[in-house]
Design a protein around this ligand. Sequence first.
Ligand code: DC
Length: 242
Amino acid sequence: MMARDIPNVFAGKVITIDGPAGSGKSTTARLLAQRLGFEYLDTGATYRVVALLGKRHNTALSDDKQVDELLTHFDVHFEFRDGVNHVFLNDEDVTTQIRTPEIDKLVSPVAAHAGIREFLVAWQQERAKAGNVVLEGRDTSTVVCPDADVKIYLNASLDKRAHRRLVEYESRGDAQSMDAIRTDIVRRDHADTQRTVGPLRCAADSVVVDTSNLTIEEQVERVYQMSLARLTSQATSSSKEE
Ligand code: DC
């Protein structure tokens, strides 16, 4: 679909997509944003960059001063090129460096840190306030943009999610066993849902989509059609109220 064919109801809107690791939300959010000509905000990447910075600076997360100092180095932007959402820390492309099994592990304590979450949520809100954006993460529908126009919660079975991660690692030449991936996903699900700040949960007003048996194209189409239906009904009810 060409940008000019996008229905008006999408103009200026905020769409949030949350879900556990491997639910397909990154690819879905990126392709949906591309289809709508929206900005794509990968909030997980911001936590990953802080984990990378913490590793480089050898930061003790228990030390507030060290964490504050660490966050002064957070200067991130995204560039969409060749179908890839490149993540830059200052001028350094860290896209692959933030997606290693090591960062997968280091990021959980970073994501559970109240001060870091407060900083990153404010950064994400600033980026989202102009609208025309698809945000993707764990708390984008509940904390970052609780007033989003469309909220989606993607889920999939553990086996499907582990298999998707396996394929993702393999495509980067990173051999991992299915068992190790499954164990890591269970660990991350637990960390994501049990932390006290910004836990992963489905907002009461999110539309839930189970992606276990959907291809990426089907996921994007479903999310697009759901978003269109939601926004159209919102536009109809607000015009009736006027
Ligand atoms: O989606 P991802 O795997 O790139 O996310 C990386 C980590 O960051 C993951 O452990 C969950 C966490 N995260 C979060 O706590 N809140 C978000 N909005 C996005 C990600």
